[in-house]
Design a protein around this ligand. Structure first.
Ligand code: FAD
Length: 437
């Protein structure tokens, strides 16, 4: 029987894997023979090869799906690592608690979110998810079960947060949630003309708003370079809960060619930018469309056709970050290859707890690109040079192609981390970025 093919979210990389699964948290670490290495697999929402172990074994974790303890007075929740954030929110929101940090999709597992130390629109206030993990259990391939936290097994804790699944299997974790009055947010959307205005809005809003993010028109050039829509929001004090918009759209199969092309992009970006007539608009929004706009179209990644998509997400630190962001936007606009949603966010100064955590203080830019082969590789090489010169780094969760030296210069603690890798764990990403080093 042929080995199963597993894809990651970008659909660019597909590979045969030996699939193992873990039935319950008390189970032993599985026998992986005849594979030489194994990688825990969450819900496959990473874009590139950080969740793949091509030709080797994957350990599926979705069956670790039990809630273990929820203290509705203190807002602490312990659950197994294969539980989806969506399932957590269904339990906790009606009881007045929200995820302390959430990425832009709720269809990720808790284990996957910890292994990438995910960030959200509240990074400037809350830092990364890892800062809210009170403790976790790590199962190593030699059978050891270690409870890791900021106080116990501190080195393994710092390696496992953003540990890319390489330090062993996280079987369960305990989180500190954030109190809310209800599921609604007070949202303000503001049109901005350029990067200067974006930065001024960040400086003003970081003090007053828990969530900030901006969408930018990646096709804008000259005077339109860096224009976009800035969103800022706070949880509403109203407990009223209009029903969330039903999810009704889905892309049922991969079309034979990409529906994302220059013409559709230009139309989309223009329409999106001009959808708001006035400079400012206030609204009361349910958390689902606010945090997870893309979850409304199931399998939207299939719109990119059989060649798939890449995402490019970088962070550009310090004072050089502004000029470097402008340079990136310029290069992307000139190439005409950018995507529907280019997202810009100012990360705050909170230190990330993981040795390989992506966020650091600075500007982060994230864009999807239809896979156009050579033309896209050339553009990425140009963008990499800007990121390298600015002392920035790329996000492994979104990556499937960054050169090894860019990873190693962006993540100077990678050697310290490498010592803590479980001897039976490996990934396609890790082999690629450390090869020859
Ligand atoms: C639409 C979309 C929006 C996104 N927005 C954001 C965002 O705003 N911010 C952000 O930070 N990220 C974002 N992401 C990336 C996403 O949050 C991460 O890739 C996340 O790690 C995916 O979780 P998963 O459960 O699908 O895990 P997978 O993608 O399957 O695996 C991710 C990593 O976790 C490891 N892993 C999984 N389970 C375990 C376990 N139990 N023990 C140890 N290791 C484990 C895997 O080995 C792998 O290295 C987004 C992704 C998408 C598709």
């Amino acid at each position: 029987m042929p080995a199963p093919i597993v894809r990651s979210w970008g659909n660019v990389l597909t590979a045969e894997h030996r699939l193992l699964s873990v039935r319950e948290r008390a189970a032993d670490f599985p026998d992986i023979a005849p594979a030489r290495s194994v990688l825990p697999f969450g819900n496959g929402r990473s874009y590139g090869d950080s969740c793949l172990n091509c030709g080797e074994a994957l350990l599926q974790t979705r069956s670790l799906d039990r809630f273990m303890a929820f203290d509705a007075a203190a807002g602490t929740l312990a659950c197994e690592a294969g539980v989806l954030l969506d399932e957590i929110l269904r339990l906790t929101v009606p009881r007045g608690w929200f995820m302390p940090v959430t990425p832009g999709t709720r269809f990720v597992t808790l284990g996957g979110a910890i292994a990438n130390d995910v960030h959200g629109k509240n990074h400037h206030r809350a830092g990364t998810l890892g800062a809210h993990v009170r403790r976790l259990e790590l199962l190593r391939s030699d059978g050891q079960r270690l409870i890791c936290s900021a106080e116990r097994e501190t080195e393994l804790f710092a390696a496992t947060i953003a540990g890319l699944g390489l330090t062993g299997l996280v079987t369960w974790a305990e989180l500190q949630l954030r109190p809310i009055a209800g599921p609604m947010l007070e949202v303000e959307t503001i049109r901005f003309a350029d990067l200067e205005e974006f930065l001024a809005l960040c400086a003003e809003s970081d003090r007053t708003h828990e969530y900030t993010v901006a969408w930018i028109d990646c096709l804008g050039r000259g005077r339109s370079l860096g224009r976009g829509l800035f969103q800022r929001a706070n949880h509403s004090s109203t407990a009223a809960a209009p029903a969330a918009a039903a999810e009704h759209l889905s892309v049922p199969f991969t079309p034979p060619f990409s529906l994302v092309n220059r013409a559709s992009l230009r139309l989309f970006n223009l329409a999106y930018y001009h959808r708001q007539r006035g400079k400012r608009r206030r609204s009361l929004q349910h958390f689902a469309p606010f945090f997870y706009p893309l979850d409304g179209v199931r399998n939207w990644n299939r719109l990119y056709g059989p060649r798939g998509l890449y995402q490019y997400q970088c962070v550009l630190p310090g004072p050089a970050g502004r000029a470097a962001t402008a340079l990136l936007l310029e290069r992307i606009a000139r190439s005409g290859q950018g995507s529907f949603l280019a997202v810009l966010k100012q990360f705050g100064s909170a230190a990330s707890p993981g040795m390989l955590s992506f966020p650091r203080e600075g500007i982060t830019l994230a864009l999807d690109f239809p896979n156009r082969g050579e033309a896209l590789s050339r553009l990425f090489t140009e963008l990499d040079a800007v990121v390298r010169d600015a002392g920035g780094r790329l996000y492994p969760a979104k990556d499937g192609r960054m050169p090894g030296e860019l990873f190693r210069s962006g993540y100077p603690r990678w050697r310290e981390f490498a010592r803590l890798i479980d001897p039976r764990c490996s990934s396609s990403f890790w082999r690629r970025v450390t090869e020859g080093a």
